[in-house]
Design a protein around this ligand. Structure first.
Ligand code: AMP
Length: 291
């Protein structure tokens, strides 16, 4: 596995590989790699393309007061895992390599960034869209894989890809969960054992809402209320949101039909956790991917 920290050196390497006819599959990450990342990387690996992974803790996607300084940094361990997982090249730029300072160009995706996580993380999606645009311009992949766990992020990037005409096919990985249902996340390591156990109620709540819909419930408020009750009964007191939205534009679903997402964000002793279930509601109801 090759490791690059300088943009021009990565570009040179990729150009040489592309001349040989290789296509490129890309997975952007912030490191502290886990089974959720592996799932994205496995999907990218299935393409038979050159497999490129970035590990970059992007400062601009953390709002003031968020966990940028304490975000887990385990680069050496990550390289070992990426090597095992069959990655061809890893890109780990410094913040200075990605941001010269005094930036006045940002990618701002409007509308869909204002609700759900955007309500409490006001600069987050601008930082995400900007860094992913930079990474896409550097790597110029044919395929890029993202996780459905960060569903709003996936929709933001999909809008950016479509409207800025990036010639990139986006794919999604289903959410990888721990035993007990908690969505795997680099932030789970902030939780004590007891809080990690309590956090299982986030998925349990969403799952309960999903099961009621599967059994015929068609009232969005009822599904949200049922999910909330499960979380509150597990003493999850700080619920940022639980919402049922249309998968297409993340706006509140007035009816439960088509592809809808039941999504939640909570805080457990300061640690922010998100999760969702996306479902296709037709004659039958089944779990699906956002796109
Ligand atoms: P991050 O390092 O947290 O920025 O995540 C990098 C990529 O991995 C993003 O596309 C995430 O959505 C994806 N990812 C993170 N956790 C999971 C998970 N539990 N299941 C599937 N994908 C995930």
């Amino acid at each position: 596995m090759k490791r690059f920290v300088i943009i021009s050196e990565l570009r040179h390497y990729l150009n040489q590989e592309k001349i040989k006819g290789r296509t490129v599959a890309f997975v952007p990450t912030m490191g502290a790699l886990h089974a959720g990342h592996k799932s994205c990387i496995d999907i990218a690996g299935e393409k038979g393309a050159l497999l490129v992974v970035s590990v970059f803790i992007n400062p601009t996607q953390f709002d003031p007061g968020e966990d940028y300084a304490k975000y887990p940094r385990r680069f050496e361990n990550d390289f070992g895992l990426l090597n095992q997982w069959g990655c061809d090249a890893v890109f780990t730029p410094s913040a200075d390599e990605m941001y010269a300072g005094g930036e006045n160009v940002w990618v701002d995706v409007e509308g869909i960034t204002e609700d759900l996580c955007g309500r409490t993380r006001q600069r987050h999606f601008r930082g995400v869209a900007t860094v992913v645009a930079k990474l896409f311009n550097i790597v110029e992949p044919d395929v890029a894989v993202f996780g459905q766990k960060d569903a709003q992020q996936a929709v933001v990037i999909r809008n950016m890809v479509e409207q800025l005409k990036f010639p990139i096919k986006m794919e999604l990985s289903p959410i990888v969960r721990e035993n007990g249902g908690l969505a795997v996340s680099s932030r789970n390591e902030y939780l004590s054992d007891a809080d990690r156990h309590r956090a299982q109620a986030v998925y349990a709540g969403l799952r309960h809402g999903y099961e009621l819909i599967r059994d015929g419930l068609r009232d969005p408020a009822g599904a949200v209320q049922a999910a909330r009750k499960v979380m509150e009964e597990a003493s999850i007191t700080h619920i940022e949101y639980i919402e049922l939205v249309r998968a297409s534009d993340l706006k509140p679903a007035d009816t439960i039909a088509g592809v809808v997402m039941l999504a939640a964000a909570v805080r457990i002793r300061g640690t922010r956790l998100i999760d969702n279930i996306v479902m296709l509601v037709d004659d039958e109801v089944r779990e699906t991917l956002l796109f």
